[in-house]
Design a binder for this molecule. Structure first.
Ligand SMILES: Cc1cc2nc3c(=O)[nH]c(=O)nc-3n(C[C@H](O)[C@H](O)[C@H](O)COP(=O)(O)O)c2cc1C
Ligand code: SF4
Length: 443
């Protein structure tokens, strides 16, 4: 189909690339996926394109990582050398451990063949013989759905030896983690697949140089990879017609918290924030007023209702506002919510999940957690707040993986904007919002 027709059709479908069909009890199965056009892009890639051409198309599309760091997929892939005589590996990151994030789950449960097909195309482009999906241990339904899709695809000759008679062979398997947040970090995930403790590794070397079993490895998020089939089928130019010039395409946003219609929504990058909350999601629960949002998983800095008033969901607007779109896990928080309690829950999580390798993270998380517990117990001191900010800043850039930085950003973000709530608790020994366990009704 010519590019103009693809773009016109996309616009008619509200610019949806991934969530393009009504979910039914059978829409995840191979027969229905094929009726929607699944595996046509794989055929196109294997029969008409070289691996280099596929990689070039992905680079040209400007596809950015959807796992949190927004690193361009093509740039990561470009590090892989075709003639290095080594095995290469590909791994889809389906750990989805960032609190508030459940958008990859939508793909795994409802559109598993989109991921399988895209991974096979990526494996072809990167000359990978063995590819993995690293999935968090708690994902039971997504595991069953993806395993079912793999079984169907193997039976149809779409995975394994000599795929579609083209001479290209690739095996794809699921590796289930045991529910550790830090195993979602790309290098920890690879250590976990190797059967080792899921500890993040120091860089360099980059994983694309020495990754799984010390071989060149590409780790991409499930959503990032799931875009690949569409890009190959319709072309990089059609992909770039959606979204913004710097960040083309769409994002899956999982939205939860005090919201009338929580769930997963696919939006074009650049979509108005308030339109998502008030039109698509039906506004705040019980008509409450919006207090703030956590834009992309709890590791991204909170933005107040006033700050997002005119913002669009575009990294070019969210980053200058002091936060990031992160993993797409948005939490909408209603007026009346206690930010001290919210930070306490977050710090308990980070402390529990720190793998303990780096002193600033291991000790800092424990310290922050003890300080906030002390405040909530009514024993806090005003200078505890400066101490918390100092500890958070100490973590920035001084740890092996991004978890130390992220926990620090989250703490600093809440302290900067809601310090008065902490001061109130310290002075009065109780929350400013005591008695308000549920979000406040507007009338
Ligand atoms: C503590 C921690 C947890 C992470 N968890 C996830 C995760 O659950 N899923 C994910 O895709 N990326 C996660 N990441 C980011 C990965 O390290 C990596 O950047 C990502 O999988 C790369 O894919 P992308 O370029 O397609 O976004 C995590 C990073 C850190 C530091
Ligand atoms: S920052 Fe924390 S989670 Fe990451 S490697 Fe260091 S101790 Fe482990």
């Amino acid at each position: 189909m010519p590019r103009e027709a693809v773009v016109a059709e996309l616009r008619e479908r509200d610019a949806k690339i991934l969530m393009t069909f009504p979910v039914t009890a059978t829409s995840h199965l191979l027969a229905e996926a094929r009726a929607r056009g699944a595996y046509a892009a794989l055929e196109k890639a294997l029969r008409t394109m070289t691996p280099q051409q596929v990689a070039k198309e992905v680079t040209a599309s400007g596809l950015q990582g959807r796992g949190g760091a927004a690193f361009p997929a093509g740039r990561k892939w470009a590090v892989i050398q075709y003639d290095d005589g080594q095995p290469h590996y590909l791994c889809a990151n389906a750990d989805e451990g960032e609190p508030g994030t459940f958008k990859d789950r939508w793909i795994l449960e409802n559109s598993p063949h989109q991921l399988v097909e895209s991974m096979l195309i990526a494996a072809y482009a990167l000359q990978v013989r063995h590819a993995f999906v690293y999935m968090r241990g708690e994902f039971s339904a997504p595991f069953r759905r993806l395993q079912g899709a793999l079984d169907e695809a193997y039976a149809a000759g779409l995975i394994g030896e000599n795929i579609l008679g083209t001479g290209f062979s690739c095996d794809l398997m699921i590796y289930r983690g045991a529910g550790s947040y830090v195993c979602g970090e790309a290098s920890a995930l690879l250590s976990s697949i190797e059967g080792k403790r899921g500890y993040p590794r120091n860089r360099p070397p980059r994983l694309t140089v020495k990754g799984l079993y010390q071989r060149p490895t590409v780790v991409n998020n499930v959503e990032t990879l799931s875009n690949v089939a569409w890009i190959v089928q319709h072309g990089a130019e059609a992909f770039k017609a959606v979204g913004t010039p710097k960040c083309p395409g769409t994002r899956l946003i999982s939205i939860s918290g005090h919201i009338a219609r929580p769930g997963v929504y696919e939006i074009e990058v650049g979509y108005p924030w308030k339109r998502l909350i008030y039109d698509d999601c039906g506004g705040m629960l019980h008509g409450a007023a919006l207090k703030c949002v956590i834009p992309g998983g709890i590791s991204t800095k909170v933005l107040t209702a006033a700050e997002i008033e005119t913002l669009n969901l575009d990294p070019a607007e969210v980053e200058p506002a002091g936060s990031s779109m992160g993993s797409g896990g948005m939490v909408a928080i209603a007026e009346g919510t206690c930010m001290v309690r919210l930070l306490q829950v977050m710090l308990r999580f980070y402390h529990h999940e720190s793998c303990g390798q780096c002193t600033p993270c291991r000790e800092g998380m424990g310290w922050l957690h003890r300080l906030i517990d002390r405040i909530v117990d009514g024993q806090g001191r005003l200078d505890d707040l400066d101490m918390m900010a100092r500890i958070s800043r100490l973590q920035d850039g001084n740890t092996i993986c991004g978890m130390g930085d992220a926990a620090g950003y989250a703490t600093l973000g809440i302290l900067a904007k809601y310090r008065h709530e902490f001061e109130h608790w310290i002075r009065e020994g109780r929350s400013m919002h005591e008695g308000n366990l549920e979000c406040r009704r507007s009338s």
